[in-house]
Design a protein around this ligand. Structure first.
Ligand SMILES: NC(=O)c1ccc[n+]([C@@H]2O[C@H](COP(=O)([O-])OP(=O)(O)OC[C@H]3O[C@@H](n4cnc5c(N)ncnc54)[C@H](O)[C@@H]3O)[C@@H](O)[C@H]2O)c1
Length: 258
């Protein structure tokens, strides 16, 4: 085990091998932070590849630990790894969620109870479970930063995704409760609510005309990319941002107001 430098930041990014996670891992590593990238066990090969690729660039150390965010045991092992390799956990980027695996959009009358439960279990319960898992380590460190991944779909009630939208509304609520309960511990909890980000998942789920219409309808008239979230994410995760909490920041290039 290597002893971490006292100033090094320890960051966990879940959903690291998805469309957005890799950009978040790269951004934190570029600041010199130690990053534990995590995703489902089935994504281990991609995760190991990502860790090797980012480590080779230089900056902070990156490792991959598989964890299902609905498993308390997996999450405990994830936190244990971060603690063993970097001395604790300073930042949790609670990015994992069922998005790509939602499949085609469908009317709410055709969403089955089983699919509803699955999406809520991962996106809502899993988000809360990941928070629960890091809290003891953050308390031990004297504070921390948690950034959840919500969605702008909550505010325009996008059609075809009732279960997903409900799950992200839950993330919004969890963010507020966690911010209130964890504030006294110096832990801030915020959420980013991205608009339509052109990740492989969004591209697979929406016809090109839909993405084009979204891009042209924004105040900032172009497609949104994961990098558009990075500056806000790093800001919310920074030690200096200790007075910003309980907020959901919509980042969509002005899509909602357009
Ligand atoms: N792409 C968009 O337009 C968009 C917009 C708003 C919000 N979001 C949210 O941002 C996050 C990332 O989106 P993305 O486009 O990269 O989606 P994605 O589907 O490509 O990535 C999600 C990642 O989460 C992982 N995951 C799924 N279930 C998991 C579980 N039980 N435990 C651990 N990991 C699990 C997946 O394996 C995947 O790598 C998601 O929470 C998504 O809902 C995406």
């Amino acid at each position: 085990m290597t002893t971490p430098a006292p100033s090094s930041r320890s960051v966990i990014v879940t959903g690291a091998t998805g469309g957005m996670g890799g950009d978040f891992v790269r951004a934190f590593a570029a600041t010199g932070a130690d990053v534990v990238a995590s995703d489902l066990h089935r994504s281990s090969a991609a995760g190991e590849e990502l860790a090797a690729e980012v480590t080779a660039v230089g900056g902070g150390r990156v490792s991959f630990v598989p964890a299902d965010i609905t498993s308390d045991d997996d999450l405990a092992a994830l936190v244990e790894h971060a603690t063993a390799t970097s001395g604790g956990v300073d930042v949790l980027v609670n990015n994992a969620g069922i998005f790509m695996d939602l499949g085609a959009k469908r009317p709410m009358t055709e969403v089955t109870n089983d699919v509803w439960d699955q999406v809520m279990t991962v996106n809502a319960r899993g988000t809360w479970q990941a928070i629960k898992a890091v809290v003891p380590a953050m308390r031990a460190r004297g504070g921390g930063r948690i950034v959840n991944m919500a969605s702008s779909t909550v505010y325009n009630g996008v059609a075809g995704f009732v279960h997903y939208v409900a799950s992200k509304a839950a993330v919004d609520g969890i963010t507020r409760v966690a911010a209130r309960e964890l504030g006294p511990d110096g832990i801030t909890v915020n959420a980013l609510a991205p608009g339509l980000v052109e990740t492989p998942a969004a591209i697979a789920m929406n016809p090109p005309e839909y993405l084009q219409r979204a891009a042209q309808g924004r105040f900032i008239q172009r497609g949104m990319v994961p990098g558009d979230l990075v500056s806000a994410l790093l800001w919310l995760a920074a030690p200096e941002s200790g007075f910003v909490t309980g907020q959901t920041i919509i980042i969509d290039g002005g899509q909602l107001q357009a």
